[in-house]
Design a protein around this ligand. Structure first.
Ligand SMILES: [Zn+2]
Length: 232
């Protein structure tokens, strides 16, 4: 904290800027953390989707397997019957039924085989996805820890700067402090440098009289945007 009113004003403005920068940084880090957590969720969802597909395939394979077994036992029953039949008409009819049944079994078995293959492929994909996802989640987890550490640092800096800012604010000329606070409600940068004889926020030219005051380190207000102007 400095005793010169102009320097304590500049000091405060710089602290305030630093604090605003930290607030922005905090928001950015929080958003980045959220994105990383979303990524972890996406990884989990990806694996869960595959798990559900494998589960559904396994269910249909089991059902088809059961159906093939049932058809095979029907076939055996009919073959026994066929061996015992003596009436030619019944024999022909049974033979026809057996033929149809055999076609049906073949079709079911083909389907079962195809689904078995599909299930095996999916299971392989799932296993790969589980490994990849674990690897990816570990990588993201490291990034999350880093961001959390950064966030803690930013929060600590914020507390420190906030404390300094309050001390500096108390040392300000009350009139400047009030003008600054009032402007701050409207614009994020209530105090700006004069650059090449103009307000560096709105570029309105500063009068010769004000420029002379600025050279003596007096704070003046921009005639157009009303920001506090200063020059070092
Ligand atoms: Zn201006």
């Amino acid at each position: 904290v400095v005793d010169n009113p102009f320097l304590s004003f500049v000091d405060f403005v710089e602290s305030d800027r630093l604090y605003d920068g930290l607030v922005q940084k905090k928001t950015t880090v929080i958003n980045e953390l959220q994105s990383l957590r979303d990524l972890i969720n996406q990884e989990e969802e990806k694996v869960n989707r595959l798990r559900k597909q494998v589960h559904a395939l396994k269910k249909s394979v089991d059902a088809e397997d059961l159906e093939v077994r049932a058809l095979r036992s029907q076939e055996r029953e009919k073959q026994i019957k066929l061996a015992l039949v003596t009436v030619p008409k019944e024999y022909l009819s049974l033979q026809h039924e057996l033929e149809l049944l055999s076609q049906k079994i073949e079709k079911c078995e083909d389907q079962l085989l195809a689904h078995w293959q599909e299930l095996e492929d999916k299971q392989h994909l799932l296993q790969q996805a589980v490994e990849e996802s674990a690897h990816e989640q570990k990588r993201i987890g490291v990034a999350v820890v880093e961001k959390e550490q950064l966030l803690a640092q930013v929060q600590m800096s914020m507390e420190e700067v906030s404390h300094q800012k309050k001390l500096k604010e108390e040392h300000m000329v009350p009139e400047w402090r009030e003008t600054y606070a009032a402007m701050k409600e409207r614009v994020p940068n209530p105090a700006v440098f004069v650059i090449e004889g103009a307000c560096s926020a709105c570029f309105y030219p500063v009068s010769a009289k004000d420029l002379a005051l600025l050279r003596r380190h007096v704070i003046v207000q921009c005639k157009d945007c009303y920001r506090l102007l200063y020059s070092v």
